[in-house]
Design a protein around this ligand. Structure first.
Ligand SMILES: Nc1nc2c(ncn2[C@@H]2O[C@H](COP(=O)(O)OP(=O)(O)OP(=O)(O)O)[C@@H](O)[C@H]2O)c(=O)[nH]1
Ligand SMILES: [Mg+2]
Ligand SMILES: [Zn+2]
Length: 304
């Protein structure tokens, strides 16, 4: 018996963008197919994400031979919730040194969330052209001992971007961060023909206007991909016990030996190495306050 289905060609490609129910799938030898995801949703309750590798079959059509249907999602190497993308090797979280002012609480939440998901993260402060050197030093000090790589750049003045290129090389990296910090501007600098739309921040509120609405993946050079994503303004960390949060603050660890109590939360306990280091200025107040806030938040959640 000959089954027609067996004769359909099948290609493997990467979802580079998803808009309005259509997925754009790049197949190396053929180009970009516009696809619907046929039944995948219902079959295993899995929504295709940007970055997913998929099997597709081209659909015969009289005037467009680049239409296809996604038949299967291939296994994911990684999957992020926010931004919702698949198969990235690392994240570069972008904040602005000013306009919008950095929200360190949001940044620390993002860092924890990425660590929980085992995604290495680089911190990037853009728009250093808008602040003086002291400000840059102040921001550097906050993350100095956090265990994260940090870089300070200006897309506007093409400053520090070579360092970024080195970090991105041979990897798939998702750019993430609040609206208006310059993620799409950075992408356009890395890949001039990307033509991502950028948007001025609101003069009154000094906030971004959510210019980018969809995640999209770009090929920068051989084996190097970068994903531009929509900005976000909040992030809730709740899939963690409050006792474990301290493990995501690397700079605490060298002082924990001096804590009197096993499992010290470094908040109200007497004889606490972390609190002592804080008083001596060895641990950043900004980081510690964010830590405390997260603990409080998780404690309040418990009540419900
Ligand atoms: N002064 C200065 N402005 C910059 C720099 N980089 C980007 N901008 C400006 O910041 C504004 C926002 O840039 P976008 O690239 O649209 O920001 P985004 O992070 O993609 O924002 P969303 O897409 O809304 O998430 C634009 O007006 C850019 O021109 C920089 O290095 N310095
Ligand atoms: Mg953008
Ligand atoms: Zn302690």
């Amino acid at each position: 018996m000959i089954d027609m289905e067996d004769h359909l060609e099948e290609y493997i490609g990467k979802i580079i963008k998803g808009v309005g129910g259509f997925y754009y799938v790049y197949v190396e030898a053929h180009g970009i197919y516009e696809c619907k995801a046929k039944g995948i949703f219902r079959k295993n309750n899995k929504k295709p994400l940007v970055g997913d590798m998929v099997k597709l079959t081209p659909l015969p059509d009289t005037d467009n031979d680049m239409l296809g249907s996604i038949m299967e999602l291939l296994p994911r190497k990684s999957e992020l919730i926010r931004p919702q993308v698949a198969n990235v090797d690392q994240a570069m979280v972008v904040f602005a040194a000013a306009e919008p002012e950095p929200n360190f609480n949001l940044l620390d939440r993002f860092l924890i969330s990425m660590s929980i998901q085992d995604i290495p993260t680089i911190i990037c402060f853009n728009k250093v052209d808008m602040v003086d050197e002291d400000k840059v030093k102040e921001y550097m000090n906050i993350y100095e001992n956090s265990g994260f790589k940090t870089c300070f750049i200006s897309v506007l003045e093409d400053e520090g971007v070579d360092e970024i290129r080195a970090y991105l090389k041979n990897k798939t990296t998702v750019l993430a961060g609040p609206s208006g910090v310059g993620k799409s501007s950075l992408l356009n600098l890395l890949k001039p023909d990307a033509n991502m739309e950028t948007g001025e921040i609101s003069k009154k509120l000094k906030r971004g206007r959510h210019t980018t609405r969809h995640s999209e993946i770009f090929h920068i050079e051989e084996d190097t991909f970068v994903l531009d994503t929509p900005g976000f303004s909040s992030l809730y960390v709740n899939d963690i016990d409050k006792e474990d949060i301290k493990n995501y603050f690397d700079e605490f660890s060298e002082y924990e030996d001096e804590c009197k109590f096993l499992g010290c939360l470094h908040i109200n306990e007497p004889v606490c190495g972390v609190k002592k280091a804080l008083e001596e200025g060895k641990i950043s107040r900004v980081r510690y306050d964010n830590y405390k806030l997260l603990i409080k938040e998780l404690e309040n959640n418990r009540k419900y």
